[in-house]
Ligand binder design. Structure first.
Ligand SMILES: Nc1ncnc2c1ncn2[C@@H]1O[C@H](COP(=O)(O)OP(=O)(O)OP(=O)(O)O)[C@@H](O)[C@H]1O
Length: 289
C-alpha cells in the first residue's frame, strides 16, 4: 500500500473511521479495509471501475452492512446511532444515473429537510424554507427554483442534487461521482463550488471521483482502491506519482505540473498506433503547415 508521510500520524479528529471492513459478494470482495476520513476536509476516493468505491461509500453510510469490521462516525460506532441521529449526522448522494421523481427544483431540495421534520408535520417550517433558499443560492441554482428538475441540463441537475444533500445539514456529506457526465467546465464549476462550501463551512465532504487531476488539485486527502483493497492513501499531490498510476491503474504515465495543477501525461506505446509524445508535436506542426 502506498501512503504519504503524514499518514503515519492518524488524524486527530477523524469524521469517519473504517476498521477492518470485509464484504464478500462472491464475484467481488472488499478485503480488510481500514482508513480514516479527516473532519472538515475534502476527501477523494479513487480507483479503477469495479474496485469497490461505491460499495465502500454505501457501507460508510450504512446502506450496506459489512460481513466484518465496523464504521465509526465522530468516534461512535455507526450502529449505535438511532435512525434520526444518523440522518442528521451523515448523508450520501448516489450517482446521477439513479432516477428522481418529477419535481420542481425547490421541491427536490426540500426533500433534504425530511429528517428535520417533526412527526405529523406536513409543511416545511420557516427555518426549513430559509435553509432551502440558502442551499439554492449556495449552489447557484436559485433562478431555476420553479423549473421542473428533469428540464435542467446535466450540470444544473447535479447542482440541484447537491443542494438537496446539503439541505439535510449533516456535518458529513458523501457524494458518489458528483462530476461524472458533466462537461469539463461544469466539472470545474462543481469542484469549485464544493471547495468553497468546504472552506466556508468546514463541512466534511467525501467524493468518489474518476478525474484524478481534479481529485489531487482540489482535495486534502485521497484514498485509492484496487480490486476491493486499499491501494494508497495520503496527501493527494504527494500521492499522485507515476508509481501510483502504475500501481493503481496499471498504466504508464508521467505527472507534470502546470503551476500547482497536476497533469497526467499517458505514455502511449508506439506500436499501439496512438500518437506518442515525441510524434505529437510533429503531428500538430504538420497540420499547421
Ligand atoms: N448490488 C450489487 N450486487 C452484486 N454485485 C454488485 C452490486 N453492486 C456492485 N456490485 C459489484 O461489486 C463490485 C464493485 O462495485 P462498485 O460499484 O463498488 O465499484 P466502483 O469502484 O464504484 O465502480 P465504478 O467506478 O465502475 O462505478 C463490482 O464488481 C460490481 O459489479
Amino acid at each position: 500500500m502506498i501512503s504519504t508521510n503524514h499518514e503515519s500520524t492518524p488524524f486527530s479528529n477523524p469524521a469517519i473511521e473504517v476498521e477492518q471492513i470485509a464484504l464478500n459478494r462472491g464475484h467481488f470482495q472488499l478485503d480488510d479495509i481500514s482508513l480514516a476520513i479527516p473532519a472538515g476536509k475534502l476527501t477523494a476516493i479513487v480507483g479503477p471501475n469495479g474496485s469497490g468505491k461505491s460499495t465502500l461509500l454505501r457501507i460508510m453510510v450504512q446502506l450496506l452492512q459489512p460481513d466484518h469490521g465496523m464504521v465509526k462516525v465522530q468516534g461512535r460506532p455507526a450502529t449505535h446511532y438511532t435512525r434520526r441521529e444518523w440522518s442528521r449526522q451523515i448523508t450520501m448522494l448516489p450517482q446521477l444515473k439513479e432516477a428522481l421523481p418529477q419535481l420542481t427544483v425547490r421541491e427536490l431540495v426540500a426533500y433534504g429537510r425530511a429528517p428535520h421534520k417533526r412527526r405529523f408535520q406536513s409543511l416545511h417550517s420557516a427555518e426549513d424554507q430559509a435553509i432551502i433558499t440558502q442551499m439554492l443560492d449556495w449552489t447557484g441554482i436559485a433562478r431555476y427554483s420553479d423549473r421542473m428538475f428533469h428540464t435542467l441540463s446535466g450540470g444544473e441537475q447535479q447542482r440541484a442534487r447537491i443542494a438537496m444533500a446539503l439541505a439535510q445539514q449533516t456535518p458529513i456529506v458523501l457524494l458518489d461521482e458528483p462530476t461524472t457526465f458533466l462537461d469539463i467546465a461544469h466539472q470545474f464549476e462543481v469542484m469549485d463550488m464544493l471547495h468553497r462550501i468546504n472552506r466556508d463551512t468546514g463541512l466534511t465532504i467525501v467524493m468518489v471521483l474518476h478525474e484524478l487531476q481534479q481529485a489531487a488539485a482540489y482535495c486534502h486527502h485521497m484514498i485509492a482502491l484496487k480490486n476491493g483493497r486499499l491501494a494508497a492513501q495520503g496527501e493527494p499531490l504527494e500521492l499522485l506519482t507515476d508509481t501510483f498510476i502504475q500501481h493503481v491503474y496499471g498504466m504508464n504515465a508521467a505527472i507534470q505540473y502546470e503551476g500547482k495543477y497536476p497533469v497526467i501525461v499517458p505514455v502511449i506505446p508506439h506500436h499501439s498506433g496512438g500518437i506518442s509524445h515525441d510524434h505529437r508535436n510533429e503531428h500538430f506542426a504538420n497540420h499547421q503547415r
